[in-house]
Design a protein around this ligand. Structure first.
Ligand code: COA
Length: 223
């Protein structure tokens, strides 16, 4: 493809709301040399386990693969003009739902871990906020998981962050009221598994594939 057609293709992609090829080039999986910066950025998020940023950084520093047999895990960074990360996103298997499927056995849990990904956190350097880096990382992660066959992205945020409802709705998520659990249809059982939420937490979900809907508030078409 010549230069002009490529530019046109990039403009078309941006107009469709997906990150352009040039933007995607700024997003990449974090590597061992990013460990310190990734830890700093992850510490901007309030984690249930405050030691989590240090643990993730140590894993990264050790060069351990983020892949797990139970499902795909991504730690993505968006670079600034100096080539150093200005933003980070982490996403991986949905722990609570996997626990809820224990009675169905490991095959059912692995099936879920290959269909559902949990957006665990997004953090942008305070000096680089409002420039679309958070959105860029979320779209890039959705693109990568969709291409790997994932059908649903779930997520949680807590009230100390302020009301992020509008922010995530703009990114294609359905955001539930505080304290409401996310419910996912289990086809074998014709029942549902719950992802519980504390009263100060808000759950959200976004389809990654066609046919994922939530009739009666239960997400269907995923498993
Ligand atoms: C939330 C966060 C990731 C957004 O990143 P960002 O790159 O600044 O966001 P974008 O540039 O993609 O989007 C900016 C939009 O989000 C809105 N927004 C950003 N933070 C917001 C917040 N806390 N509450 C409500 N809206 C917010 C902005 O007002 C702006 O709205 P607009 O598009 O109508 O102008 C960033 O503010 C951050 O790192 N916060 C600290 C960590 C955090 O709270 N993470 C989220 C929970 S894991």
């Amino acid at each position: 493809m010549g230069k002009a057609p490529r530019r046109k293709a990039e403009a078309r992609t941006a107009a469709e709301g997906r990150p352009s090829r040039a933007e995607r080039r700024r997003v990449r999986p974090a590597g061992p040399s990013d460990a310190d910066r990734v830890q700093e950025l992850l510490e901007l998020i309030v984690w249930t386990d405050p030691g989590l940023p240090a643990t993730m950084a140590a894993t990264l520093r050790a060069g351990a693969s983020p892949a797990s047999p139970a499902g795909m895990r991504l730690l993505l960074v968006a670079d600034g003009d100096d080539g150093k990360p200005d933003a980070v996103l982490t996403a991986g298997p949905p722990g609570e739902w996997l626990q809820g499927l224990r009675a169905f056995g490991p095959a059912a849990q692995i099936h879920m871990a290959r269909r559902v990904v949990d957006l665990e956190g997004v953090a942008v350097d305070p000096g680089r906020r409002g420039q679309g880096l958070g959105a860029l990382l979320i779209e890039d992660a959705a693109h990568r998981f969709r291409n790997a066959g994932y059908r649903l992205m779930s997520g949680t945020f807590e009230l100390p962050y302020g009301d992020l409802t509008g922010y995530y709705e703009k990114r294609g998520f359905t955001v539930l009221p505080p304290g409401k659990p996310l419910l996912l249809r289990i086809p074998e059982d014709n029942g549902a598994v719950a992802y519980p939420a504390d009263p100060h937490m808000q759950q959200m979900w976004r389809p990654l594939a066609p046919g994922v809907t939530a009739p009666g508030g239960v997400i269907d078409g995923v498993l």
